[in-house]
Design a protein around this ligand. Structure first.
Ligand code: SF4
Length: 378
């Protein structure tokens, strides 16, 4: 039996944050009930395609899955367990926001087999949280976090952000220090990106954002503090304690296969990539009619070179980097003949070679987009 990852998209939030362009809508109970019914019909209808696979990671993401009522949540989990084969002891994550968690919910998650909680904190400054349009305070995060520990969660990830409006390096250091004091097993740290169709995008010119140099300082501080305090970097934005990497997200970066359900969810199955459109009403209608339309990412149109580039790009997101031997085995070409420009970044300390693997240094990670455009074929 082969392994697969499972992603379920819950496109609801209490309210939209000012920077967010993920596909999610303001939560409403009637739509939630309709959506979960449609999602279950879709999973049931497709289950036969996956009868020869074990799902060893499940990730319920969003949106804010923790806004779901417990009846809906249990209905969804029961449907997954009834129709798909799950690996016993596999990783089962749910994303949650402080301000939407309660003891009852956390106990229900545990009872239903969820063993990893990913909490969106973003900042420990209430001022920054308000600027971002988050619904919670730092204290509410603390309450949710300790409640989760009391309910038995021993694998918690915390999301934070840097490069926020009016944020100085010292402000970010405070967030980092506070988060480290909680001692979560995993920390994800993302640089704020201004997306066009968001409230931030619309008032971009009036946002006082840190300069590129300040963002660089924040990123280097992030890598060095977390490394010193016991979280090792395994991906450009992800850090973990030993054996606490996100197995689900690793599938994306290691070009392994996964199935996504829900509007905007992506899949990679049988060598093909596809996704569903960002339209919950359409998704519900199509799922109820037994015909959810897959939008192909045009694998047929991809050349051998495109596939090599995609592989290199994903592998280089990881601190483990890329093995030229594995590359050659997979594509029948020499890595260095295909990507000769990588050599100059070794001299400039943006890329290092460890045990034969090529990987970005922290300094290289920060400018990886630039370097990738230089070394890849596109
Ligand atoms: S809670 Fe998360 S998904 Fe929802 S709007 Fe905010 S950032 Fe986006």
């Amino acid at each position: 039996m082969k392994n697969l990852g499972l992603y379920i998209h819950i496109p609801f939030c209490v309210k939209k944050c000012d920077y967010c362009d993920f596909y999610s809508l303001c939560h409403n109970y009637e739509l939630e009930v309709e959506y979960i019914n449609a999602l279950c019909s879709h999973i049931k209808a497709e289950a036969h395609l996956y009868k020869d696979y074990n799902f060893d990671t499940i990730f319920i993401g969003g949106g804010t899955p923790s806004v779901l009522n417990l009846e809906s949540f249990e209905k969804l989990v029961n449907c997954i367990k009834k129709h798909l084969k799950l690996t016993q002891g596999g990783e089962f994550t749910i994303e949650a926001n402080p301000g939407t968690l309660s003891r009852e919910k956390l106990e229900c998650y545990r009872k239903n087999g969820i063993n990893r909680l990913s909490i969106g904190l973003q900042s420990t400054s209430n001022k920054e949280l308000a600027v971002l349009g988050r619904i919670h305070t730092f204290d509410e995060f603390g309450e949710s976090y300790y409640l989760a520990r009391e309910c038995g969660f021993d694998n918690i990830s915390v999301d934070i952000m840097y490069g926020l409006p009016n944020q100085a390096l010292d402000d970010f250091k405070k967030t980092l220090d506070h988060v480290c004091e909680f001692n979560p097993e995993h920390i994800s740290a993302y640089c704020l990106k201004i997306e066009e169709n968001t409230p931030f995008g619309k008032r971009q010119d009036s946002l006082s954002l840190p300069s590129d140099e300040e963002e660089y300082e924040m990123y280097m501080t992030l890598c060095s503090i977390l490394n010193k305090k016991g979280w090792s970097q395994y991906e450009i934005s992800n850090f973990s304690k030993e054996n606490r990497r996100s197995n689900h997200n690793l599938k994306y970066w290691q070009s392994e296969e996964y199935i996504g359900f829900g509007p905007s969810a992506h899949s990679f199955f049988n060598g093909k990539r596809y996704f569903y459109s960002k339209d919950i009403k359409q998704y519900i209608k199509q799922a109820n009619n037994g015909n959810v339309v897959r939008i192909s990412e045009d694998e047929e149109g991809k050349t051998h070179i495109d596939k090599m580039d995609e592989y290199v790009l994903l592998k280089l997101r990881l601190s483990d980097g890329i093995s030229p031997a594995e590359f050659e085995q997979r594509f029948g070409k020499s890595f260095l003949s295909e990507y000769p420009n990588i050599e100059k970044y070794i001299k400039s300390d943006h890329v290092s070679i460890k045990n034969g693997f090529y990987s970005f240094t922290p300094k290289g990670f920060f400018v990886s987009n630039y370097i990738l455009t230089d070394i890849l074929h596109f």
